[in-house]
Design a protein around this ligand. Structure first.
Ligand code: FAD
Ligand code: SF4
Length: 530
């Protein structure tokens, strides 16, 4: 029987597992770091889910509904999920990873479900133009987008964004949006022709969310008590329940090799520190962009080298409106991304930025300057919160600085040291300025004004939209590129399936394409000669 070994349980691993499990005789083993939410946090979240939300007390919420905390890289703070930092915590996978230029240090997740345990659940495909640099056109990716969107919850609506970003999969309606979202989208509808002339297109968020069950309690950003927000751990839970996969947690993969008809992973059991070898017909590597790059660097002996990864530059900026809405603290709304704006700078949709807008959530109050948080400032606070929206924006990788990884020697036969810093290509400034100029021109039409002095660019590695260390190359694989099924150099049976193989990283959301491309690679690999 054909055997497959997947490294990781994040979205890329889930994409590969979904494809492999479509073949009934495929024997699938998953090896993973597999860190889980602490039992007390889980119990507290379950306790909330078990009682009506009107009965939630301040004490019941205190340890699970926790907002983001200041990040070590400065800039945008770091999220928590159910009050825990476990998606970012180091259990050995970050040993030997250092940073410079205030780069983000939490770049490899050890979580069961990877970073999808804490993500924003936004799912949009890449623009068709991005695939011009890929070995597969949009039409070749489409069946894989569809397969993923069928396997995860999907809330989205057909609106103007669908002209460039078709829904592809069957979608359910989003929960009702906040008053601010409704107003902005109504203004957009009234002025859409003029806005589109500025390159601005708007629509509702697209979310991996079980929308019909949402009670609009507003806890999305700190962890949904009902687990309505998709995490790839849910896909693996189901596959384990159905005994479709063999799952082995607590293992740190150290290196990969091939001999004869087998591919082998050497991994360390984190509890016993014993090194074990696992073999299969094919290995699918999904340890996340930097996790997988480090694994390949160790396996191929790329010590002393500098590897550049492509990143979609992230930025954050508050927006103000002249007309206030009702006090948003009294409004029941979901607090994930609510509406999106794409800003296209050229007619072929190549240089396109995206802004994801968030209406009020509890973290808005924490972010206010101290005088506005004082009791006496309530009237001013209310006036401000009823006019405030926050956007997280992204630029395409070809207009953003790269991430530089300096690979050193391995410590004690383990993984090599990696220094993460900002790489070359800082040409994002002109594009960000041009995007902001369009946003500013659109502001009076939407009553949505960017607070430009508060524009902040995220540090290297903070967008979590990075990849391309071993990009699919049209002229076949080399030591630093992969073929269309993610095989680097001489490898025939080891496939990189996460964003390490992306030829570029457009500004639109990232992880749906991570899952779809992993699904494509795993599907195509099953037709290769054994
Ligand atoms: C706060 C936040 C918000 C985000 N919001 C969005 C969003 O709204 N939309 C979007 O598209 N993307 C978003 N992202 C990005 C998204 O979460 C990641 O792109 C996605 O999780 C990457 O998937 P992956 O499977 O490649 O890697 P990961 O999710 O990083 O998973 C890696 C897996 O590999 C395992 N692993 C790692 N190293 C090893 C090793 N050596 N041995 C064994 N196992 C290993 C880990 O345990 C984990 O299971 C967000 C990320 C964050 C942090
Ligand atoms: S508002 Fe958010 S946290 Fe509350 S039920 Fe809906 S998805 Fe879950």
């Amino acid at each position: 029987l054909p055997t497959a070994l997947i490294i990781g349980s994040g979205p890329a691993a889930a994409g590969a597992a979904l494809a492999l499990s479509s073949r009934e005789d495929q024997q699938i083993t998953v090896i993973d770091l597999g860190l889980q939410l602490e039992p007390d946090h889980r119990e507290q979240a379950d306790a909330l889910a078990a009682m009506p939300s009107v009965a939630w007390t301040t004490e019941a919420l205190a340890s699970v509904a926790i907002g983001p905390v200041p990040s070590s890289s400065g800039g945008l703070p770091q999220k928590r999920t159910y009050g825990s930092d476990y998606p970012f915590r180091n259990i050995g996978q970050l040993d030997g990873v250092s940073t410079a230029d205030r780069a983000n240090a939490s770049v490899i997740s050890a979580a069961y479900g990877g970073f999808s345990t804490i993500w924003g659940a936004q799912v949009m495909p890449f623009p068709a133009a991005a695939f011009e640099a890929w070995p597969v056109p949009m039409s070749g990716m489409e069946p894989h987008y569809r397969a993923i969107l069928r396997a995860i919850p999907f809330a989205a609506e057909e609106d103007d964004l669908a002209a460039d970003f078709p829904l592809i999969g069957p979608a359910q309606a989003l929960p009702p949006v906040a008053e601010r979202t409704a107003r902005v989208l109504e203004s957009y509808r009234r002025h859409r022709r003029r806005l589109q002339n500025h390159g601005v297109t708007m629509g509702k968020a697209r979310l991996a969310l079980r929308a019909p069950e949402c009670i609009r309690c507003g806890l999305c950003m700190s962890g949904c008590p009902y687990r309505l927000i998709y995490s790839s751990s849910q896909t693996f839970d189901e596959m384990r329940r159905k005994e479709r996969i063999t799952y082995r947690g607590g293992l740190l993969a150290l290196s990969l090799d091939e001999a004869g008809d087998l591919a082998t992973v050497t991994a360390m059991d984190l509890r016993t520190k014993q090194v074990q070898r696992f073999s299969a017909d094919r290995v699918y590597v999904a340890a996340g962009g930097i996790g997988s790059t480090r694994l390949v660097a160790n396996s191929a002996g790329l010590y002393g080298s500098e590897i550049h990864m492509q990143e979609s530059q992230q930025f954050g900026i508050p927006f103000l409106s002249f007309r206030g809405v009702m006090d948003p603290r009294r409004e029941t709304a979901f607090t994930l991304n609510q509406f999106n704006m794409t800003v296209g700078l050229d007619p072929d949709g190549h240089d396109l930025a995206q802004l994801h807008f968030y209406t009020y959530n509890a973290a808005f109050v924490d972010a206010l300057p101290a005088p506005l948080r004082a009791g006496l400032a309530e009237p001013a606070r209310k006036a401000l919160l009823s006019r405030l929206t926050f956007a997280l924006g992204y630029l395409p990788s070809w207009r953003s600085p790269a991430i530089r990884l300096e690979v050193g020697p391995p410590a004690d036969g383990q993984l090599p040291s990696v220094r993460v810093s900002q790489g070359p290509g800082g040409s994002h400034h002109p594009m960000l300025r041009r995007v902001m100029a369009r946003v500013l021109r659109s502001a009076p039409l939407l009553d949505l004004y960017p607070v430009l002095p508060m524009l902040r660019r995220a540090a290297a590695g903070k967008s979590y939209h990075f990849g391309g260390s071993f990009p699919h190359a049209p002229d076949g694989p080399s030591r630093v590129t992969s073929d269309r099924v993610g095989r680097v150099g001489e490898w025939r049976r080891i496939h990189l399936v996460d964003a390490t193989v992306f030829p570029n990283v457009p500004a639109t959301t990232f992880t749906l394409t991570v899952m779809a491309n992993a699904h494509r690679i795993a599907t195509e690999s099953m037709s290769l000669p054994q």
